[in-house]
Design a protein. Structure first.
Length: 307
């Protein structure tokens, strides 16, 4: 596999941008025959990288799983997501790190998907993380709070159309924040679950000198919503057993029980406080433009030297 990026079967806009951006800026047919692996956008620098004698990273980020083993591998980068990623792979780089722009490749998206939406006054978008959409009652939270729910599992054009129709967004998805920043929609970050990796948020934010703030929010859960009766019954028994010494550690854990109305109101109040406050952020656009120019120059250099 000479081109590598993650594809979530559920859909994930941050990952799905790869097909759009890589196809536009690189000759993927030539990449397939090249003696290196081009690694795309995402938190992919870890021990799950495919076997390869040489990697070229395209604004890739470090994180998740275990560190990769680059002891017998050539490592170079067209760009990297941020300074934390650079620090992690610095010992293996075979080029001057001053030549490597630190910027997420999603900032190229406005050049490929033109924003033709007029923001609706007062519309605040709510973007949960992909995994949060699976476990949480976010549709109901959005309805109660009169937020405009933007699902990160939507394909990029639909996602961006929804995003740019908002006057601001509050987002748990990092690429929700990055795309909002790229399209100059004020954004505020939040985290409601343990699966949110704020380390990668700070990696990205530091690349643009953004004084990042990610506000903690109480989680909400669907519980057994949508499951067949047999599964709901089993989960009920498991939850009861968890409070006793009858629970078997080999059992599959049941979903966290469905959030009650009080829990929902707590989360809703926290989100409204974020939406009404002074938490919205935008990067310095001049820095973005400077880094984009550097990144596009690096892409041209790569294409000229590798093919």
């Amino acid at each position: 596999m000479a081109v590598y990026y993650f594809k979530d079967n559920r859909g994930n806009v941050g990952d799905d941008l790869n097909a759009l951006i890589l196809r536009h800026y690189f000759d993927l047919k030539k990449c397939e025959d090249a003696p290196f692996t081009l690694v795309g956008i995402g938190t992919l620098i870890n021990n799950r990288l495919p076997s390869s004698k040489a990697f070229n990273f395209f604004t890739t980020g470090y994180g998740y799983q275990k560190p990769p083993n680059f002891s017998e591998t050539s490592v170079s980068a067209i760009g990297l997501r941020g300074p934390m990623t650079l620090a992690k792979i610095r010992p293996f780089l075979e080029e001057d790190e001053q030549n490597i722009p630190l910027l997420d490749g999603a900032y190229l998206t406005p050049e490929l998907i033109v924003n033709d939406e007029t923001p609706k006054a007062g519309r605040v978008g709510l973007i949960p993380h992909v995994d949060s959409m699976v476990v949480g009652r976010w549709q109901e939270i959005a309805k109660r709070g009169q937020f405009y729910l933007i699902d990160p599992r939507w394909e990029p054009r639909k996602f961006i159309s929804a995003l740019t129709s908002c006057s601001a967004v509050i987002t748990e998805a990092m690429h929700g924040a990055i795309l909002a920043d790229a399209y100059r929609v004020p954004w505020a970050g939040f985290a409601a679950y343990s699966h949110i990796n704020t380390e990668k948020w700070f990696d990205w934010a530091e690349s643009l000198s953004i004084p990042l703030k990610v506000t903690s929010v109480s989680p909400v859960f669907k519980g057994d919503e949508g499951l067949p009766f047999k599964s709901r019954f089993k989960n009920t028994i498991k939850r009861i057993a968890q409070t006793t010494n009858l629970y078997n550690s080999n059992w599959t854990l049941p979903p966290v029980a469905r959030s009650n109305n009080t829990d929902m109101e707590i989360t809703l109040s926290e989100l409204k406080q974020i939406a009404a406050g002074e938490n919205y952020q935008l990067s310095d656009y001049a820095i973005v433009q400077e880094k984009l120019a550097h990144l596009k120059a690096r892409i041209s250099e790569f294409n000229a030297s590798k093919f």
